[in-house]
Design a protein around this ligand. Structure first.
Ligand SMILES: *Cc1c(COP(=O)(O)O)cnc(C)c1O
Length: 358
């Protein structure tokens, strides 16, 4: 039996996509071999690769002056590639320190050039996002983490950065809702939360920013302009992850795209938040109401024993992955695109029941 999988990443995938992969695994569409055994320059792989790129463009409604790349190295490699390619001498790169992932991105940028904090949530223990940002016109770029996977915060409105390129780590909420793509200079996301299996990282970059790469002395893999010139086939791409991501995106398009999935995601999240908010303090969500994430719902209980019991009982009922990140404790339910409504409802009901027995 399939479990309801609330892990933050790698995370649940649509069962019909898994079934399709299974069907095609040993003999991909009569090729006499699997897709992961063929050349990344074969026509079969080429079609998948270009489909994946095309689906990203369509779903996000990307203007023509953006390139879609599928790279390796996880979102973590982007913490290096972004400053390496986009920093301009004497222009600081600004980071909004909104939680664990933003802080990691900032730390790496600081090793490569001048990085400054445009916001630091330390005073509120990273439970709030900034309502206003003072953008330095002389900035190389401004980096935000659109969804903090560990802290459970999500930007609802994006800052207006004028001529300063806006860079966003969308690893855990990419394709979960429509976003104004044209406002961003660069968007990146590791696949393993909302797109597919681990292995590839989606990078969307505006053409004018590729010019910055060309003015630098970068080794080949770190250079966005090389990947863009070669349609992400400069070296062997993570073919399996791109293939599965393509299937997930195809399904998403068939379901009605980002507007449709946004609606479902809002419903799933509110099922769980409603239980938290009507529990008379039995469950507490530390995040400021308007900054709550629809992807990663964090909550705590009176003490750790209770949380442990909760996680264990949920597991017995087929709901796994509810333990909070080791750095913050508590519980966390990740309800990405591929979590069915029934899964969210099952958890919400269990939460009600559990509170009643205490
Ligand atoms: C998971 C995650 C990362 C790290 O991704 P890797 O692919 O493991 O390098 C970075 N940022 C955010 C917001 C994440 O959720």
């Amino acid at each position: 039996m399939r479990k309801y999988n609330f892990y933050a990443g790698p995370s649940t995938l649509p069962v019909d996509v898994l079934e399709e992969i299974k069907t095609d695994m040993v003999d991909y569409k009569g090729m006499g071999m699997s897709l992961i055994e063929t050349s990344h320059r074969s026509k079969e792989y080429d079609e998948i690769h270009n489909n994946a790129v095309q689906l990203v463009k369509e779903l996000l409604n990307l203007p023509d002056n953006y390139k879609v790349l599928f790279l390796g190295g996880g979102a973590t490699l982007q913490f290096t590639m972004i400053p390496s390619n986009l920093m301009i001498e004497s222009k600081p790169a600004y980071y909004t320190l909104t939680g664990a992932w933003a802080k990691k991105a900032y730390a790496d940028a600081g090793k490569l050039g001048l990085a400054k904090a445009a916001y630091d949530g330390k005073a509120n223990n990273y439970t709030e996002l900034p309502s206003e940002l003072d953008i330095d016109k002389n900035a190389s770029y401004l980096h935000i983490t659109s969804n903090e996977t560990i802290g459970g915060l999500e930007w609802q409105k994006f800052p207006d950065t004028k001529d300063v390129p806006l860079v966003a780590d969308m690893s855990s909420d990419i394709m979960s809702r429509p976003v104004p793509a044209e406002k961003f200079g660069l968007i990146y996301a590791g696949a393993q939360k909302n797109l597919g299996p681990a292995g590839t990282t989606l990078v969307i970059i505006r053409d004018d920013l590729l010019e910055r790469s060309k003015n630098k002395t970068l080794t080949a893999y770190l250079d966005y302009s090389i990947h863009a010139d070669k349609n992400s086939l400069y070296n062997t791409p993570p073919v399996f992850s791109i293939y599965a991501t393509m299937l997930v995106l195809k399904r998403l398009k068939a379901l009605g795209g980002l507007k449709a999935v946004e609606k479902v995601n809002a419903e799933k999240a509110s099922l769980i938040y409603d239980v938290i908010d009507s529990s008379n303090g039995f469950y507490k969500c530390p995040v400021q109401q308007e900054n709550r994430s629809k992807m990663n719902i964090v909550f705590t209980m009176q003490n750790e024993e209770l949380e442990k019991e909760f996680v264990k009982k949920a597991e017995e009922k087929g709901m796994v992955g509810l333990k909070g990140h080791r750095s913050v404790g508590g519980c966390r339910a990740s309800v990405y695109n591929s979590m069915p409504m029934e899964g969210a409802a099952c958890l919400a009901n269990f939460m009600k029941e559990f509170a009643l027995t205490k």
